[in-house]
Design a protein around this ligand. Structure first.
Ligand SMILES: *Cc1c(COP(=O)(O)O)cnc(C)c1O
Length: 438
């Protein structure tokens, strides 16, 4: 059924969606990079405007009273699937809906939701799934705010947690899940690669362990924060994850000029999360959604260039006499790294452009290096067009207790680098000069 007939039946406000989305040409399934230029938007519904207008409105006019009632049945969850049409901008809007359609395309997810930040996406996911007494089992370490949310905030409401290290084996995962299974496990939450260790989680092993230990309605969904590698370098739905979470602030937004989040997954899970988003209003605004549509048009270009640049920069840094070690996924091999290398081969399409640089020395050497950089900017965050460098021990992880810092390898000589889309040889020159200053 096309949206046009749907609109006739329900009296829904016309959507920006294309009446018949072009997903195939001559039997060839179109690649996401192609679909980003038009999917989910029909210019003829907007005066022929090639690009979607930004719909700055707080509310939408119903064609008749029955249509209004039907919309609210969807919004309130009386009928699954959300609103049939546009109702009120806390629930949805044309720009956000086009964005959600396009986000889903990258990972062949059934549905997607856009949020005002990565953290509001994660918080909405948690709130939609947990109740007092439940346990969240998670890989560790997680993004610091996510750890705070689970342990300190949800903990206040009687939610428990158990964790396993990101690089855990099937046996170690089994042990933690079996222990957790004595209570009700609401969610298994992963982050891969872990920040700042870059340790990869074996999603296939987590899914196999979950399926062996839990049955039927007790089976918790597996959600994973795919911000560092997705969707170009890793697609964890293919390894058995049910829900993928993004800080779209990073690679997806890609220009360090917005804050947003996303969640992808099956219609069933997305409907549960949407109901919570409708209630608490964590949707992103239309302007941000529009900027993200522009970003997605160049996502593959930007990420592949950044990935190529990182490979060149890391190859230069690897054997430099002032460098102790480069923690870059592309360098995983045998020895101590054999298990991580195996996960990398099974789960990843590329090594990304964010890595850890361990200099010989300590804070003095790290600071001398950071202060001497001319092209790379000294800032936290990642995934933008520009190269960024930061010092986790003194910045993002400053408040982490010493013992835990040590366990995570957050040492004073560690510099985190996110490579952008500049000219690779210019970047190498910048790092070479900065190392000279150490
Ligand atoms: C940045 C980040 C977040 C939080 O996203 P915001 O958009 O800043 O709210 C969550 N997870 C990871 C891995 C991140 O890098």
């Amino acid at each position: 059924m096309t949206d046009e007939t749907e609109a006739d039946l329900t009296g829904a406000t016309p959507r920006r969606r294309a009446k018949a989305p072009v997903e195939k040409v001559g039997g060839r399934k179109l690649r996401p990079a192609t679909m980003m230029m038009g999917h989910g938007y029909d210019p003829m519904l907007s005066e022929g405007s090639l690009k979607p207008p930004i719909f700055l409105t707080s509310t939408f006019v119903f064609p008749n009273a029955a249509a209004g009632k039907r919309h609210f049945e969807g919004v309130t969850g009386k009928r699954p699937g959300g609103a049939d049409g546009l109702v009120y901008s806390r629930f949805n809007g044309p720009n956000q809906e086009i964005l959600e359609d396009r986000l889903a395309v990258w990972e062949e997810a059934e549905d997607a939701l856009a949020f005002s930040s990565g953290m509001s996406a994660i918080a909405t996911l948690f709130l939609s799934m947990v109740k007092p007494g439940d346990t969240i089992v998670h890989s560790g370490p997680l993004y610091a705010a996510t750890e705070t949310l689970i342990a300190r905030i949800l903990g206040r409401f009687g939610v428990h947690w158990l964790d396993f290290p990101a690089g855990a084996t099937r046996e170690e995962i089994d042990a933690v899940l079996s222990k957790a299974a004595t209570g009700n496990v609401a969610l298994i939450y992963l982050e891969s690669p872990a920040n700042p260790t870059n340790a990869l989680v074996d999603v296939e092993a987590v899914a196999a362990s979950r399926d062996a230990i839990f049955t039927g309605a007790n089976k918790p969904p597996i959600a994973i924060d795919n911000t560092f590698l997705g969707p170009i370098w890793a697609q964890p739905l293919k390894q058995g994850a049910d829900i993928v979470v993004y800080s779209l602030t990073k690679y997806a937004g890609g220009h360090s000029d917005l804050v947003a989040g996303g969640v992808l997954g099956s219609k069933e899970h997305i409907n549960t999360i949407r109901l919570m988003r409708n209630t608490i209003g964590t949707i992103c605004d239309p302007n941000t959604a529009w900027m993200l549509l522009r970003s997605l048009e160049t996502l593959e270009l930007r990420m592949s260039r950044a990935g190529e640049n990182a490979a060149k920069v890391c190859a230069f840094l690897k054997d430099h006499p002032k460098v102790e070690k480069v923690g870059y996924l592309g360098f995983l091999e045998g020895g101590d790294d054999a298990r991580q290398a195996d996960i990398y081969r099974r789960h990843c399409i590329g090594a990304g452009s964010t890595f850890s640089l361990y200099l010989k020395g300590g804070e003095t050497e790290a600071f001398a290096f950071l202060d001497a950089l001319k092209i790379a900017k000294l800032a936290v965050s990642l995934g933008g067009t520009e190269t960024l460098a930061s010092h986790p021990a003194g910045m993002t992880h400053l408040s982490v207790p010493e013992a835990r810092k040590k366990a995570l390898g957050i040492t004073d000589n560690l510099v985190r680098i996110s490579i952008g889309v500049e000219d690779a040889d210019d970047l190498v020159a910048d790092f070479e000069e900065a190392l000279r200053a150490v």
